[in-house]
Design a protein around this ligand. Structure first.
Ligand SMILES: *Cc1c(COP(=O)(O)O)cnc(C)c1O
Length: 393
């Protein structure tokens, strides 16, 4: 626990609750009004001003979770990403960003930013020196993701924070993969923390939302643009998200434990060529991850050995679902070569480190022995099929 801060589970359960003064119920009442009186009130409330009672209450919880002064919630993770970036970038400004970021953020930059005259440099590495060497006189923002998608590379948050301060730049991080349970970038000098709340905050694969946390001044600047762009979250979903976050600490810690155990199991498995998980001692970012994360997260990636048929493997799993998304209580997986990176040619994919047999795995909260048994039988099954097919030729 950090100085004077409450523990994660206490924040998840209590902070920002609305009191039910009428009936004394245990949970926050849901106020669905889109229409509020504007006379004799302190605050003129309207959903797109991000200030309905439920919106404000949830923002208090998210700010407390990220150890920041303030927060805003959005209709999606991409609404949070786009509004935050555009709030700090004008025509002629420049942004430094790793090539290996969430596909939606990558598309936003390459498809939209040229229209606004915003310049950008994609860096191939994720080390601090890679960021530093791309800084130009008109650079305003360093944007990062750690752990990154899908290879779970780690960037040193303190070093990025220090670099940005020395150059007068603003830092934005997509903290979705870690969740606020495992990583609080504000403690390491990062300015603005973005989440796709669709992932670990929602946690049950049934909510689409986004969040941004930072200082009052930074969040106010984002709000000034947000009210014009209009990406606020409806109050019913706000209320559901508050309910979901109550168990986020429990879920994510269970996912951390399962992912660490699974990564060790897969690392020792003869049909797996390579495992990418920052919790493994031989991961190149392990020491930095240990210094800046409370847990190594629920996401891992692995490469199937050549004798394993990828499609058969994915379809042979009993508990693990094939899914485009991640971070639910159920374990899911996807093949980046067929989804997020499908549009790249195989040799381009390889350049970004993504092999065809690469699987991105989102660990759920199932019993670890059931997960291990499921993966073991699916590997065995898909290997045999391939061997049979080969002997027939
Ligand atoms: C899903 C995701 C997003 C985008 O969030 P949406 O809620 O889908 O808009 C951004 N960053 C990361 C790392 C994600 O996984």
């Amino acid at each position: 626990m950090k100085k004077g801060k409450r523990g994660v589970n206490t924040i998840c359960t209590h902070i920002g609750e609305l009191e039910d003064k009428t009936f004394k119920g245990a949970v926050s009442p849901l106020y669905m009004s889109t229409s509020y009186d504007y006379e004799d009130v302190d605050i003129k409330r309207y959903p797109r001003y991000f200030n309905t009672p439920n919106q404000e209450a949830l923002c208090l919880k998210i700010a407390a979770l990220e150890h920041t002064e303030s927060a805003l919630i959005f209709g999606s993770g991409m609404a949070a990403v786009s509004t935050s970036l555009l709030a700090f970038l004008s025509k002629g400004d420049h942004l430094v960003v790793p090539r290996q970021i969430y596909g939606g953020a990558y598309n936003l930059i390459v498809e939209e930013f040229p229209k606004y005259g915003i310049e950008f440099t994609f860096i191939d590495g994720t080390a601090v020196a890679d960021f530093e060497s791309a800084i130009q006189p008109n650079t305003r923002i360093l944007y990062l993701e750690t752990p990154s998608n899908p290879l779970l590379t780690i960037t040193d948050l303190s070093a990025i924070g220090a670099l940005a301060r020395s150059k007068g730049l603003t830092t934005l991080i997509d903290n979705t993969f870690a969740s606020p349970v495992n990583q609080n970038p504000a403690d390491f000098g990062i300015d603005i923390i973005i989440h796709s709340a669709t992932k670990y905050m929602g946690g049950h694969s049934d909510i689409c939302a986004g969040a941004v946390a930072g200082s009052k001044a930074h969040i106010d600047r984002i709000f000034q643009l947000a009210k014009n762009l209009g990406g606020s979250l409806s109050d019913y979903t706000v209320w559901l998200l508050e309910r979901s976050i109550k168990t986020m600490g429990l879920r994510v810690r269970a996912q951390n434990e399962n992912a660490l155990e699974l990564s060790r199991f897969l690392n020792a498995h003869p049909d797996i060529d390579k495992v990418y998980y920052p919790g493994l001692e031989d991961h190149p970012g392990h020491d930095i991850a240990k210094a800046q994360m409370q847990g190594f997260g629920g996401m891992l990636s692995f490469e199937l050995a050549p004798e394993v048929d990828q499609h058969t493997f994915m379809r042979s799993l009993k508990w693990v679902k094939v899914s485009m998304s991640l971070a639910g209580v159920e374990s899911t997986l996807l093949a980046p070569s067929e989804t997020s990176h499908a549009l790249l040619r195989p040799e381009e994919r390889l350049k970004t480190g993504i092999r065809d047999g690469l699987i991105r795995f989102s660990t759920g909260i199932e019993e670890i022995e059931d997960l291990k048994a499921d993966l073991a039988q699916a590997l065995e099954n898909s290997k045999n099929l391939k061997a049979e097919a080969l002997t027939k030729i």
